[in-house]
Design a protein around this ligand. Sequence first.
Ligand SMILES: C[S@@+](CC[C@H](N)C(=O)[O-])C[C@H]1O[C@@H](n2cnc3c(N)ncnc32)[C@H](O)[C@@H]1O
Length: 267
Amino acid sequence: VTPAGARLRLAGRLALRDPRLLLEYAGWMARGSTHPSTGQRRPPSGAVTPAVARTRIADALRPWDAGPARDLVAGQTLPGGTGAAATAVTMAGDRSLGELVYGLVRAAEPDVVIETGVATGVTSAYVLAALEDNGGGELHSVDLPPADMVGSGLVGCVVPGELRERWRYHWGSARRLLPGILKRTAGARRVFVHDSDHSYANMRWELELAWDALDAGDWLVADDVDLHGAFADVAGSRGARPLFVAQLRKPGATGIMPRRSGADSPW
Ligand SMILES: C[S@@+](CC[C@H](N)C(=O)[O-])C[C@H]1O[C@@H](n2cnc3c(N)ncnc32)[C@H](O)[C@@H]1O
């Protein structure tokens, strides 16, 4: 199938499923990539290693051990090849990000995790593994995946079938879907993970929306926070104490912060 043919087939599928999706993809194509130019990326000063982050999380919440579901996920591999498979590899989260969210979810024991950005599903898989190893909780994922990945069936491909029962996948833009999910899950103990459109405007909008919807004691995470100051700006405006964690295999850093201000912060 030619790329044009694949796009046409997808357009037909979207129009039948939900015409708003068709509009969202049309808008995406018109705008082009929203990923900020990366230049020379390096972790923000003061970024800690994943091993230090693990200790900080364990001290703030509780220590945890890796359970059997985490081992299942760690054995998954990304697809190889060109075209959509190459897109999938570019989009995939670093395993150290997966391990970080696994640890946070194990330690915070949330009822609900809400994430934006799935692609192949590295973070989704690790979150689902942590919920499984905790013995409770569900994951809501909001995702507007690249059209070629949809056509090739690669969306969520690293999420093992055994872990999908706790998974609610919402296909569409964070702008349209995130407010409703935050509203519907109000009152639950929650962790929010941003890993979708990394433009300054969107990252800031998602994090402010999530901060205002979450309760004291919940947690927020964002990947690629070294691209610009959105994460640090939200932390500053809310008086939170963020931790920046360097990724191991890809350039970049992840931000993590408790939804608590100043002296109430667990770190
Ligand atoms: C960096 S990838 C996510 C990686 C994933 N968390 C992982 O660990 O493998 C970003 C995903 O967010 C999607 N996306 C981009 N803009 C979006 C938006 N406005 N709303 C929801 N998803 C979006 C992308 O198409 C892609 O599927």
